[in-house]
Write a protein of this length. Structure first.
Length: 449
């Protein structure tokens, strides 16, 4: 949780009117090793800002850098009472909160952690009332928000939910289920009731508020984006992530329990045979990811694709194709349609795990052609033509983008993900077969499973 890393002593009111000045004030309250020159750190931060903006939207910026320090992470948070006036920084007038992340130079999984923190930061709600509070009250509110302290629900809801949980466990055992999936987005705030159902069953907490896969004893937390008001709309993505992280197996049965998002009331359960659910595409568990593709890269790509399908671009639906796999194997089938917009940038700037690349990916989605991404998350190209002699019949209504996805996923050990420009459907392709994951039209209905 972000609240574990933010301390009252590192929350300040920014006095400067420039972005550099604001960063300097934040850096001053951070204990940095004597060997580190603050002026050098400042120069590196500003150079980085000029290359890729740290603005996450919703009034929040998250500049970040590796430094020599004992702690793994350190945060300093600055409130901006009146807009910055800095023409050199993108969206400076919109920034109301700057969170400076310092990470140890010895940290290995830097971008994975940065991506997780960015998700947590984006879930914070910053309004004008919060910005105008006295500093002490502001500090208390921010720490509480970062720790995501739950709000009490009514007694009747809690009683009914406990009854649903108890009866669902009985049914799950009778149906030979080995795991129970609990959809936490049913609740407007985190609830401990969901984490007490571990008797003889593995428990998987599915939530869009989670930022990374966490396993603890018999409980696993899965982060799955929520873009639908439908009951259990995250189910198929949750099953894929659980399989990738080997928390469930291919031949299991699982029981899923949830309700309308934000309703605070459980009302739906369903039993799923995992093999039957996905066997049209994956013949066994080890087939899901190519051997060189990192699970966190696949998760990140799935999130970006789903966001793009829902949001579109400039008010219009967009279609796109992403190919994820071994670049050397893909090269014979990839031909540039345009000059590669990612050519010449260092690997950190075009790493899919870098949360600041999202807007770049979404902007280039307007180009014809495919994104080609290595299994380590490095984006190799955009606007690429996929050429394969593989001929596979397609269901009616699917066009050249889907045909290319089918062909490349059959020719090479890779994954292809498409977004339909007409329906917003996100589909996964593996070994020449298609698995629909999300349909914007269907997902908009609150009556769908």
């Amino acid at each position: 949780m972000l609240g574990h890393y933010i301390d009252n002593g590192f929350i300040i009111d920014i006095k400067s009117t420039t972005f550099r000045g604001a960063l300097s004030e934040l850096l001053e309250c951070c204990p940095i090793h004597k060997s580190q020159k603050r002026s050098k750190i400042m120069d590196e931060l500003m150079t980085q800002e000029g290359t890729v903006s740290s603005y996450l939207g919703h009034g929040i910026a998250l500049p970040h850098i590796k430094v020599n320090m004992r702690k793994s992470y350190l945060f300093a948070l600055g409130r901006i009472r009146s807009p910055l006036n800095d023409a050199s920084v993108h969206a400076s007038e919109n920034i109301r909160l700057i969170i400076l992340l310092l990470a140890s130079s010895k940290l290995g999984s830097y971008f994975t952690i940065l991506s997780s923190f960015a998700k947590m930061v984006q879930s914070m709600h910053i309004d004008e009332e919060l910005l105008q509070l006295p500093l002490d009250d502001f500090k208390r509110q921010i720490v509480q928000a970062c720790r995501n302290i739950p709000v009490k629900r009514t007694r009747n809801d809690s009683t009914f939910n406990r009854l649903m949980l108890r009866e669902t466990v009985k049914i799950a055992k009778a149906g030979n289920c080995s795991s129970i999936f609990l959809f936490q987005d049913t609740f407007s705030n985190e609830t401990k009731d969901l984490q007490n159902v571990t008797a003889d069953l593995k428990t998987v907490i599915v939530s869009h508020r989670a930022t990374e896969v966490i396993k603890k004893d018999a409980i696993c937390t899965l982060p799955v984006q929520l873009f639908s008001s439908g009951r259990l709309s995250q189910l198929r993505s949750a099953i894929l992530l659980a399989l990738i992280h080997k928390y469930i197996s291919y031949d299991e049965k699982i029981c899923c329990l949830g309700g309308l998002p934000g309703s605070n009331r459980l009302d739906t359960f369903v039993i799923v045979d995992v093999k039957r659910e996905i066997q049209s595409v994956f013949s066994q568990q080890n087939d899901i990811l190519p051997h060189n593709v990192l699970p966190e890269v696949f998760e990140r790509l799935l999130t970006i694709a789903t966001e793009l399908a829902v949001e579109g671009r400039e008010g219009k639906s967009v279609g796109s194709l992403f190919v994820l796999g071994d670049i050397k194997q893909l090269e014979p089938y990839i031909h540039p349609l345009i000059l590669n917009p990612f050519h010449g940038y260092n690997t950190e700037e075009r790493n899919l795990l870098n949360p600041f690349i999202d807007e770049t990916i979404k902007e280039y989605s307007l180009l014809d052609g495919a994104f080609v991404i290595g299994g380590n998350g490095i984006v190799e190209s955009a606007g690429s033509l996929i050429h394969s002699n593989t001929q596979v019949p397609l269901p009616g209504g699917l066009g050249t983008r889907h045909a290319a996805a089918v062909a490349i996923s059959q020719a090479v050990d890779c994954i292809a993900i498409t977004i339909s420009s007409s329906t917003g459907q996100v589909s996964l392709f593996r070994n020449g077969k298609m698995l629909p994951l999300f349909d914007k039209g269907i997902g908009s209905s609150s009556s769908k499973m």
